[in-house]
Design a protein around this ligand. Structure first.
Ligand SMILES: Cc1ncc(COP(=O)(O)O)c(C=O)c1O
Length: 350
């Protein structure tokens, strides 16, 4: 019995997934109860009268190239939010299994665990050490967990977690838990993805998204990268035609051509703006500290968070109040905008 079979929910292992209509070949489709006619004005390639092919093989191939992994290691999801939810549903039995998180961190891990009825084990990041992982405490607490969600760079603190610590953790938990590293912001960190380690460490998984550095949040396209056995398991749970045809076509088009050059230049601008904004905000009397960030946002330690939020709001700018996190009673998170937008924020807080 493989470790995936031992960790997965037995109900999911037993599940016979929905059998979607077959795809491929030039045959006439009289098997899916679709309309035989395109709607006038339907400019899509495939025709929106047809269901999209699940896990579009050309898009999967394209994403595999982008992330430098094999297509069998990859599941396309509606944003990484959906992949988080699918992982929890695949591995955690309600009222029996647990998800481990390291707060303050991205909120969807806890939400998905709660929806599933899984227990939540929290091992806070070490605020005094730049929000680093508390490795011994994670190892102790992980005994109860099937899934660990580690976010690097972490939202909302902005710091990278130590890659060696994550890998050692995966080694310690081999066969006992899946260590999921959420790399939603990795493109802004100038660091390699941990996805390359998955063939050697099959209990490691990585989440990537097109919502941040790729500028495609509206497309809702995320990718789970994992051992092919994990992918096959999670694929049993995803809705049969999850990713719409319009998204498949738009994303395939937008990931090609000279856009990688545009993307690289925008990432460089954003990182330069992050450093400029960080230095300038630190000089504001309303702000005690700007935390170092490897992402496209900054965590502000405010002397008066209400005043920061109100001043920004008065200038037509929305910031994120993150004081709800126990470790961040002073926290406001600001996304890096265009140089003009960042200037507007500086003007408001001066
Ligand atoms: C760490 C992290 N993971 C995942 C997501 C969700 O990304 P997606 O748009 O791919 O669902 C976010 C969104 O803010 C995030 O901050």
């Amino acid at each position: 019995m493989s470790w995936v079979t031992q960790l997965a929910r037995p109900e999911v292992l037993r599940l016979a997934p929905y059998e979607h209509a077959a795809f491929g070949g030039p045959r006439t489709r009289l098997h899916a109860n679709e309309s035989p006619w395109r709607l006038g004005g339907d400019g899509s390639q495939a025709g929106l009268n047809r269901y999209p092919e699940p896990q579009s093989p050309p898009l999967r191939e394209r994403l595999a190239q982008l992330y430098d992994v094999r297509p069998e290691q990859l599941l396309i999801s509606r944003g990484s939010d959906e992949a988080i939810d699918l992982l929890v549903r695949a591995f955690c039995r309600p009222a029996e299994d647990a998800v481990l998180i390291c707060p303050p961190t991205f909120g969807m891990y806890a939400v998905s665990a709660q929806i599933q009825g899984a227990a939540l084990v929290s091992v806070p990041l070490r605020a005094e050490a730049g929000f680093a992982l508390n490795v011994p405490a994670v190892v102790d607490a992980a005994a109860a967990a099937r899934l660990l969600f580690l976010c690097s760079p972490n939202n909302p603190t902005g710091n990278l977690l130590d890659a060696d610590e994550i890998l050692r953790l995966a080694d310690r938990l081999a066969g006992r838990a899946l260590v999921v590293v959420d790399e939603a912001y990795i493109e802004f960190a100038g660091r390699a993805s941990l996805a390359a380690q998955i063939p050697r460490r099959p209990n490691l998984a990585v989440l990537r998204t097109l919502s941040k550095a790729h500028g495609l949040a509206g497309a809702r396209l995320g990718t789970l990268i994992a051992d092919p056995e994990v992918i096959a398991l999670v694929r049993k749970l995803i809705a049969p035609y999850a990713v719409p045809q319009l998204v498949i076509e738009a994303v395939s088009r937008l990931l090609s051509g000279d856009r990688p050059v545009q993307r690289a230049s925008r990432i460089a601008t954003l990182c330069a703006e992050r450093e400029r904004l960080s230095g300038a905000l630190a000089a504001s009397p309303l702000i005690a500290r700007v935390h170092p960030s490897a992402a496209n946002f900054l965590l502000l330690e405010c002397r008066d968070a209400d005043a920061v939020l109100a001043r920004a709001h008065g200038a037509g700018l929305l910031l994120r109040d993150v004081r709800g996190h126990a470790a961040l009673p002073w926290g406001v998170r600001v996304s890096i905008g265009t140089p003009q937008e960042n200037d507007a924020l500086l003007g408001a807080l001066r």
